[in-house]
Design a binder for this molecule. Sequence first.
Ligand code: NAD
Length: 504
Amino acid sequence: MTTPRVSKLTTLDDWLELRSRTTVPEAMWVDGAWDQAGGRTLPLVSPRDGTVVANVASADVEDVDRAVRGARRTFEQGVWSSLEPRERGEVLLRWAELLDAHRDELALLLALEMGKPVNVGWNVELRTAINTIRWYGELVDKLYDESPRGRNGALALVTREPLGVVGAITPWNFPMTLAMFKIPAALATGNSVVVKPATQTPLSLLRAAELSAQAGLPPGALQIVTGSGSVVGAALARHPDVATLTFTGSTEVGKKLLTYAGESNAKPVSLELGGKSPNIVFPDAPDLDQAAEVAAWAVSFNSGQMCTAGSRLVVHEDIRDDFVARVVKHLEAHVIGDPLDPATTMGPLAYAGHRDDVVDEIRKGIAAGTALVMGSDEKRDDGLYVSPAVFIDVDPDSRLAQHEIFGPVLSVLTFSTEEEAIAIANNSDYGLGSAIWTADLSRAHRLSRRIEAGMVWVNCYEEGDSSVPFGGQKLSGHGADRSVHGLEKYTSLKTTWINIEGAS
Ligand code: NAD
């Protein structure tokens, strides 16, 4: 077994020293160079300490248009789109190596922009992002077109072709991983990509884009436009030369994008949206303590700012009290603090407005009379931290059971029969993740078929791999990222018929 690579920076002082010599990117990345977007800027306030860490370029509609036209020009020139697939793969693999070599710096930028603990950024977020680029880099020259049997006297070819310019709009909770669920797949198939990162988290991706040029990606193949969602995101979504839009973010914004697409060039839109994932625990779970540890992790990892958060714990009534006590014990083990300290397991929430919203949801839950067994609705005065909160006896129709809070807030619901567990699990507008803890294989299969979710985990949570699709159903979206299927939305199918009987 190989030992996993770890950062050589092991103390807070090591990370502070790196901070002192790191320049934070502030301009957009357009046509292979830094671009000031006319000098307009937006301050980026770090959730770590409330200081302004960057004044990031704030694009307007013309800047977005310029970036899209540059991307389209690069596509038409064929300097990327017409390379041999193997050559595109080699560039992606070099890019992955460069990102790996700059992992400390990128983990630092993630910690500064959204408060992600450096160890989580280094070991989880960046590992996944880099592995995804490698996976598509290695895949791209191993894809085949089709030649169906068709009819006698004719040859049918089914080929997949790049679309041109892909618009990608991404959220702040995993700024690198979620962008890399999209960018390498779109690039591997020959497209140019224009990315609009979340307003709060452009820094890591800007640095990654700069490194893509060193890897040999031609100017214009990857553009990063920064600024507000309502201006920059909307301009990208409405642009007539953007051939397809791929989005990860809230259901509310996802619905707007469908409207923008309809009002412009009817571009296809793939959506990875919110969730309220049920984590169902039966008394025969193989290891209840492991299930409790994972349940605690599922609602508190990344400070609960996870689309797939297991925010609804659906537990059998016979084990409820014991199980919840174990979950609370595991949640109490978190080390909450400075994201630059490698000992920290839970950092602040990503920005003040979001912290306020999460605390407000806890307050509403208490006001509705729901019992809180851990946590509080008091704002902490030492930063944007929110300690985990656990509500029990949650009404399945209540706001606590229905609304995506996107923070470390667990709603515990109980069931007595399998039918009841399924009904509670499916009583949601969302359908992203779900988990079932049971030793009964037949039951696991039965539930897996009936639960309305894009992903079902049995006796585990958040398993994932580049080779396996990631995506949801219902209001959690459609059009999965990752895997070979993740390429489909970046290509169009073309059929060509060739008469092989001679001229007729
Ligand atoms: P958000 O929808 O507010 O923002 C996402 C992106 O959309 C940002 O880049 C933002 O600037 C942009 N945007 C905002 N308004 C826009 C507009 N009118 N037009 C175009 N673009 C616009 O989401 P967020 O707060 O950044 O992220 C949290 C949400 O993302 C949660 O709902 C979470 O569940 C979801 N999410 C889903 C997945 C998934 O894979 N299903 C993964 C992570 C996050």
